[in-house]
Design a protein around this ligand. Sequence first.
Ligand code: KIV
Length: 299
Amino acid sequence: MSERPKPQRYASWTAGKLPLPELSEMKRRGEKIVMVTAYDAPSGRLADAAGVDLVLVGDSSGMVVHGRESTVAVSLDEIVFMTQWVTRGAKRPLVVADMPFGSYEVSDEQAVQNAVRLVKEGGADAVKLERGGTSVSRARAIVSAGVPVMGHVGLTPQTATVLGGFKAQGRTAERAGALVDEALALEAAGCFAVVLEAVPAQVARMVTEGLGVPTIGIGAGADCDGQVLVWHDMLGFYEGHAPRFVKRYADLGELITEALERFADDVRRSAFPEPQHTYAMPEDELAALEALRPSPRRR
Ligand code: KIV
């Protein structure tokens, strides 16, 4: 008997996308998971071309793209727009949209409504929210509504003021124990992965060993199941303070400045545009035009 072809609608929807359960399989196999932030279609496309597994439309955009001092003022609309752009570029990676501050704090209902918006309007595959505490209940509600959720504990930039600033978390036995409990609670609520930001490597290892779902580290040592970096930090675009956990893989800021300086110099010396950058008119059409409208200089 010949194999029945898959219904086209289903086949095209899933084509090429990394299946979400594969992340836990990668953890089981000891294969590292790669995540990077992206905020527009070109960065989504480049992350996809580089074979990245997860693309995060992070509220770090508030600082690295929009020049704010923190992530707190980022709006849900901003994340929806950026997620639309990123999903046009990133096809294979799972696209995770950050739930910005204020979009899930009020109630489980508010959290579900806004998570659904990120999926329906933005095209996100999953959402991420910060902290344990009430966020555990929010995560459970969003997962029950059918939207995959990624947790985020340790340094949670949306509530950095409460934490005493942008600094490492979980450095005492008591705080580390609380952090492990938060991660376990988020897993129990149904999160498919948990980001660990700026926590001691030993604590991150303990969480990673204790969870069945993957941990994604940023400033959390080498034992996490995956790593994430912010696009502008790792590629050398961001002029603000870079945390010690950032590794710069390129200095695109310098490359771009140098290219712009050469452009400015060419324009000022009339060295750009050259003939190959210029459109020409057929000679006979030019003659006809000049007959109609003699050049003012020749009149
Ligand atoms: O917004 C963001 O980019 C993040 C990462 C630092 C994990 O939350």
